[in-house]
Design a protein around this ligand. Structure first.
Ligand SMILES: [Fe+2]
Ligand SMILES: [Fe+2]
Length: 304
């Protein structure tokens, strides 16, 4: 990791932070190898939350980057599927397990309870108030992952994992029925995703959340118009995200998401599969890829 992320944190020993970054990445990787078959919570999700949370911390007074680093790396170390009876307990269990991991790797003991609080409070469904600036940075960074093109991919992917559908065919905007986001992804937009921007607690988080929320709404508009007219690119993208979960594909290659320096592997990566139709891309796909690139470049810019 370069100095870009922490240049304002002169009080912190850069070497120390770098060293903890490596230790935490290794611990998370080991845990994920043992248990993770959910590509929406893969190592790249953890790392994006780390970098984004540290980025938000730069404009927030008094944030402790080491607490943020550990909490962001461990925030989903337990992440039960949304249809699991204990799903709402995930962040509490993650805080417990995160604390144990930190003790085991010799993390400064006096900071562990702050890390645990930030992990516990990150979850939307746990409804725990983020009391510290570190918790606010981690919560905002994680919420941002549910918005924009990344949010689209992850939402439709999770719907595939839970055997859900893209939307209710006759009443996609739930004008004459109750919203049901277990079953329909578009209902999840209305119940949760489009409300996230108003829960942001850092300046940086709010700005990016508004931008990415606008993109989500735009994409929902494309889906609605395709439902009225004829299926097109938006429904095809959503369907391929769902299928990626059913086929056990990863979302994208962690180092080279757009296959610039390697052959495409459509059987392994969702984005590679979407890129197979690149010559036929219309407005919706071009916008989707431009948005996704911008979102992934944010991380690149923070660590380069
Ligand atoms: Fe989570
Ligand atoms: Fe997360």
């Amino acid at each position: 990791m370069s100095t870009g992320v922490v240049e304002k944190s002169s009080f912190l020993d850069m070497e120390d932070l770098k060293c903890w970054y490596e230790k935490l990445e290794e611990s998370v990787q080991q845990e994920l190898m043992a248990s993770c078959d959910d590509a929406s919570h893969d190592l790249s999700h953890f790392k994006r939350v780390v970098h984004t949370a540290l980025f938000f911390a730069r404009s927030e007074e008094g944030a402790d980057p080491l607490v943020i680093l550990a909490a962001a790396f461990l925030h989903d170390i337990v992440s039960l599927p949304k249809n699991h009876p204990q799903a709402k307990e995930s962040s509490r269990l993650a805080a417990e397990k995160g604390g144990e991991i930190l003790l085991r790797i010799g993390f400064p003991k006096e900071k562990i309870s702050s890390v645990e609080h930030a992990i516990h409070a990150h979850s939307f469904s746990a409804k725990v108030k983020a009391e510290t600036i570190e918790a606010k940075c981690v919560q905002d960074a994680d919420r941002l992952e549910a918005l924009g093109a990344l949010g689209l991919i992850r939402t439709f992917y999770v719907s595939g994992m839970m055997n859900g559908q893209i939307c209710h065919q006759e009443d996609p905007m739930a004008q004459k029925r109750e919203l049901n986001d277990r079953q329909y992804s578009l209902d999840h937009f209305a119940l949760k995703l489009l409300n996230l921007k108003d829960t942001m607690q850092t300046e940086g988080g709010r700005k990016l959340a508004y931008e990415r929320s606008a993109y989500l709404e735009e994409f929902r508009g494309y889906i609605l118009s395709e439902l009225e007219n004829k299926p097109g690119e938006a429904l095809a993208i959503a369907e391929k995200c769902r299928e990626a979960a059913l086929c056990g594909r990863s979302l994208f290659h962690p180092e080279d998401p757009f296959a610039k320096r390697r052959p495409r592997q459509a059987d392994l990566y969702l984005i590679d599969e979407l890129l197979m139709d690149e010559e036929k891309f219309g407005k919706v796909s071009r916008e989707f890829f431009a948005e996704l690139k911008k979102e992934l470049d944010l991380k690149e810019n923070l660590i380069s």
